[in-house]
Design a binder for this molecule. Structure first.
Ligand code: ZN
Length: 109
């Protein structure tokens, strides 16, 4: 890792803040990294986990991460993927059903 100190004009700083907030959980370093790698043609486009959407757990379903069974009628969280370049982008969507419990969905965001 190297630390850089550089100056941005106001418009670029606002764009960086917005990009970091919308796509990288507020992490400006990750936003700069993804932008530089994309410009350099080094980041492949893929499927990036961008959030979760609530749904009612189906019978027999278990949490994808902690494998805890859901209670009948419990709210589960289905992952939402967006196709774009980004760190950790998957080359293909995960196969099979994927539901997370609230605790595990929170860990990923
Ligand atoms: Zn879980």
């Amino acid at each position: 890792m190297r630390r850089y100190n550089f100056t941005l004009d106001e418009e670029t700083a606002l764009a960086l803040d917005r990009l970091a907030k919308e796509r990288f959980g507020g992490n400006r370093s990750e936003a700069v990294r993804a932008a530089v790698l994309a410009l350099a043609g080094r980041t492949q486009e893929g499927w990036v986990l961008t959030g979760f959407t609530p749904t009612e757990a189906t019978r027999e379903a278990r949490c994808h991460c902690c494998e805890r069974p859901f209670a009948p009628g419990e709210t589960a969280y289905r992952p939402v993927f967006e196709k774009r370049p980004g760190p950790g982008a998957l080359t293909r969507l995960p196969a099979g059903p994927w539901l997370d419990c609230a605790a595990c969905a929170g860990v990923h965001l």
